[in-house]
Design a protein around this ligand. Structure first.
Ligand code: TRP
Length: 333
């Protein structure tokens, strides 16, 4: 059985890029009978930069609802909240003894974050990769579906796992690898001409999974385009490539081919293309939006899912911790 673990910081309702780039792949992994999947909300990690209790409550619930609405099935994978597993902070503490200040200070995400949060350079931020390693190795995972931006964290996880194995002369933790679905990983572009849909691009760049049809239509009609092609088979500028990329995701191959031909023959009308894209986008997202709205209002169900998930995840985590304690000599009588 292959163990797969991945976490998401609770950032609330995700956008199309998060769905298509990440959550959809969790769902596919969950369908694989040879995979044991653990998917969790990394609420502790979000505390390294945020400190708003009321907001955290809302964001965690929204993130769970989004996971479920996207099709992650609690019957097939384990869905839980990080802070429901006391074994994670315990392993984090133990792994901190194996993590060097020097290597932590060199991590790119740490260097970026301390530039943005000069007033709050806390130890949690420095040891973020140790906590992430604990998240992963607590289930002795083999694969971690994450984006490229997490590659360095994963390399550190492997280092910590290796260091533990060699220091205690055991072969206990596997060295987990990033699992990014090879060529299938499609980057979802933004609506503002940028190559990546991102939350910080906000109002003009991203389409959120719970976005109302009217708002989707407005955003797409306002998406960046150019003056149109002037010669046959002309290369497309980035903002036009983006519209076609989005169409590839939500429209039929026939629709895509129709507008591609129109572009190549210089008869394309971007207004028509955007209208079509908007309708296809609305149809694509409507089931997810409906489901998110249902789930957000069903707190009892959300709670049931994560408390069951936590129970199962704790079982796996407790096994690991008890072995780790034995290996490290933390068992005296
Ligand atoms: N650091 C990850 C991110 O920012 C979130 C995360 C925390 C994570 N723990 C993890 C991802 C464990 C995979 C596995 O996206």
């Amino acid at each position: 059985m292959e163990i797969v673990v991945s976490g998401t910081r609770p950032t609330g309702i995700l956008h199309l890029g998060n769905y298509y780039g990440a959550v959809r792949n969790y769902v596919r992994l969950g369908e694989d009978k040879n995979v044991k999947g653990y998917f969790f909300i990394a609420d502790y990690h979000s505390l390294t930069t945020h400190n708003n209790p009321a907001e955290l409550k809302v964001l965690v619930k929204q993130t769970i609802a989004t996971y479920l609405a996207c099709g992650l099935d609690p019957e097939k994978v384990v869905i839980y909240v990080q802070s429901d597993l006391p074994q994670i902070p315990e392993l984090y503490l133990l792994m901190n003894m194996l993590a060097y200040k020097g290597e932590l200070e060199k991590v790119a995400t740490f260097k970026d974050k301390i530039k943005i949060h000069k007033e709050n350079i806390n130890a949690g931020l420095l040891t973020y990769p140790v906590l992430m390693a604990a998240d992963i190795i607590i289930h002795r995972a083999h694969k971690v579906p994450v984006g490229k931006d997490q590659e360095q964290h994963l390399e550190m996880t492997r280092n910590f796992a290796k260091r533990f194995n060699s220091r205690y002369e055991v072969d206990f933790f596997p060295e987990p690898i990033a699992y990014n679905f090879g060529d299938e990983l499609v980057k979802v572009p933004g609506l503002d001409g940028s190559t990546k849909m991102s939350k910080t691009g906000g109002e003009t760049n991203a389409i959120f999974l719970n976005e109302e049809p009217e708002s989707i239509r407005k955003k797409i009609m306002r998406a960046k385009s150019d003056g149109g092609p002037t010669t046959m088979n002309q290369e497309k500028p980035q903002e036009i490539i983006n519209l076609f990329e989005l169409m590839k995701i939500v429209s039929t191959p026939d629709t895509l081919a129709f507008f591609d031909n129109a572009y190549n023959n210089c008869v394309i009308r971007y207004g028509d293309m955007k209208k079509q894209l908007a309708e296809d986008m609305v149809n694509y997202l409507t089931p997810i939006r409906t489901r998110i709205n249902e789930l957000i209002n069903n707190e009892a169900y959300l709670q049931r899912v994560v408390s069951r998930g936590a129970e199962e995840a704790r079982e796996s985590a407790a096994k690991t911790i008890s072995e780790v304690r034995k290996i490290m000599g933390i068992s005296y009588f």
